[in-house]
Design a protein around this ligand. Structure first.
Ligand SMILES: Cc1cc2nc3c(=O)[nH]c(=O)nc-3n(C[C@H](O)[C@H](O)[C@H](O)COP(=O)(O)OP(=O)(O)OC[C@H]3O[C@@H](n4cnc5c(N)ncnc54)[C@H](O)[C@@H]3O)c2cc1C
Length: 486
């Protein structure tokens, strides 16, 4: 089947209706539920972009098996040119969402592609797992499915005195295998988060490599699989919606880009054998993300999105400065320069990751690890700082914020008279600052900051990854040699 349209995506969510809960009730239809339908509509628009005649060639490629045009983020890149084409496609989706939907489907499309390309990795666990991941990748690509994933068990205790140890995933809340049957494995437990969960067709489940698995009971906690979101026993509990059903004028981001985050409960869920990719091998599980190059491909998507998000923050900040006429103030210039640095450093890392890409052991053109690691780690601090800069630039304008109803209400003339600036009408100013508010002050904006801080592990975790990965030997040897000089 060729790349889906928005209508086909929506029909799929209806046909394969999953068990989703929000605000104490079960959602009958995510595509019409007021808390979720605008996010669904935005996702549908993304799928429709694949059929826009002006974009089609940049959004899709020819499927190697069916000859249909399928989503370009599924491509198995063999050349730097293909890697760049993939980035162009990912950039289109990121721009359509101002970088505010982290989990546009390309995020997991590249993940599943990379796992399938590294099929021999899974064959080391069991030969049939290689076929499973290959078939699954083709199934997702040819049906253009949207995936969520959930890699972490629910926080229970982080006390250093706790038994089991903190971050030891052995507890009765952690997702685990309760039995194996002829049909598959049966799993029970809970996982966080599944961003995009209620808007997805499938949920991929594996363990973040940072999570420890108890050595004595490993096989019950070590697995990788993916199942339809409507699998019996699977329940998604949404957080409170950040789309308050307001107009695009009042709530420019939240009314469009609510991707939702959900807790996933697995009540004795049967995972069919053909959907199991890894089972009971702690080393393979711990090393999966790095050794399959999944890290590189998913970071490639994240950093492409981060470039767009920096561009958006820069454009927004610049309009705020222009509207308030503050561009000549040295400290404003300093803050603007900081956003420019963030953009250009992130962009340089992306370019460097692509230009230094190499064919990896799986025969895939793999973007270079270090620039992606650094870009992702930096962004954990960059993004909160950029929202802080919006606070500092906007100040009271972020609170002197009439709504659309106010602009047409009894105080319309006062608003028009007192809220204009030297460079903008009152309405232009309010429209702009409502956008800035939604980016840095509203619940939607605050969740963006939390997302960027944690969605790929916290700063500490990323520091550990960089420290352990980076080859410091040549520099150390050089200094040692210097010390040994007479
Ligand atoms: C908005 C959002 C969306 C997300 N979406 C997804 C998703 O779709 N799929 C997914 O799999 N994950 C997702 N995540 C990430 C995931 O849910 C976790 O938040 C992430 O892995 C961090 O784990 P944790 O929440 O258990 O925090 P913890 O690991 O408990 O860390 C919390 C804080 O405590 C500190 N800390 C913890 N342990 C120690 C220690 N021993 N010593 C010192 N400091 C410590 C950490 O540095 C951190 O600052 C998302 C996160 C957010 C916030």
């Amino acid at each position: 089947m060729p790349a889906r349209t928005g209508a086909q995506y929506i029909a799929g969510l209806r046909e394969r209706s999953a068990e989703i809960y929000i605000n104490g009730e079960q959602v009958k239809d995510v595509t019409t539920h007021p808390a979720l339908c605008n996010g669904v509509r935005t996702m549908a628009n993304l799928y429709d972009m694949q059929h826009d005649p002006a974009l089609r060639d940049e959004m899709t490629y020819t499927s190697p098996t069916t000859g249909d045009r399928v989503g370009l983020s599924f491509i198995t890149p063999r050349t730097i040119d293909e890697l760049e084409q993939r980035r162009v496609m990912m950039t289109h989706w990121a721009r359509a969402t101002c970088g505010m939907i982290g989990r546009t489907p390309d995020f997991l499309n590249v993940t599943i592609m990379s796992l399938a390309a590294a099929g021999d990795y899974f064959a080391r666990n069991r030969p049939e797992f290689k076929d499973n991941i290959h078939r699954y990748y083709e199934y997702v690509r040819e049906n253009d499915l949207a995936l969520t994933h959930t890699l972490a068990n629910v926080q229970r205790t982080r006390s250093p005195l706790a038994v089991p140890m903190p971050q030891d995933d052995r507890s009765d809340v952690a997702l685990k295998i309760v039995r194996e049957t002829d049909a598959g494995i049966v799993v029970r437990g809970a996982r966080v988060m599944a961003t995009l969960g209620p808007l997805s067709d499938e949920v991929a489940v594996y363990l973040a490599s940072s999570r420890r698995v108890p050595a004595d009971d490993a096989e019950r906690y070590t697995f990788a699989f993916s199942i339809p979101c409507n699998t019996p026993g699977l329940k998604f509990l949404c957080r409170e919606s950040l789309d308050y059903g307001r107009s695009h004028f009042d709530h420019p981001l939240g009314s469009r880009f609510e991707e939702q985050d959900s807790i996933v409960f697995f009540n004795d869920v049967l995972v069919p054998w053909e959907r199991v990719f890894l089972l009971g091998d702690v080393d393979l599980s711990n090393n999966m993300v790095m050794d399959t190059s999944q890290y590189n491909h998913s970071r490639h998507q994240s950093v492409a999105k981060n470039v767009v998000k920096c561009e958006f923050m820069l454009g927004l900040a610049n309009l705020m400065v222009h509207t308030l006429g503050s561009g000549q103030l040295p400290h404003v210039q300093q803050m603007m320069a900081e956003i420019i640095e963030n953009l250009e450093v992130t962009r340089a890392c992306l370019r460097s990751a692509e230009s230094e890409a190499k064919i990896d052991r799986w025969g895939v053109m793999c973007p270079s690890t270090t620039p992606l690691m650094i870009a992702c780690k930096l962004f954990i601090r960059m993004y909160p700082r950029m929202t802080e800069i919006l606070h500092l630039l906007g100040s009271s304008s972020l609170m002197a914020l009439p709504t659309e109803a106010d602009l047409n209400g009894p105080l319309a003339s006062e608003i028009e008279r007192y809220l204009e600036t030297d460079t903008s009408s009152a309405e232009e100013r309010v429209r702009l600052f409502r956008l800035a508010w939604d980016a840095c002050c509203s619940a939607f904006g605050s969740r963006q900051t939390l997302y960027e801080r944690f969605f790929q592990g916290d700063d500490l975790l990323n520091a550990g990854i960089l420290y352990n990965f980076y080859d410091r030997t040549p520099m150390t040897d050089w200094v040692r040699e210097f010390l040994e000089q007479e």
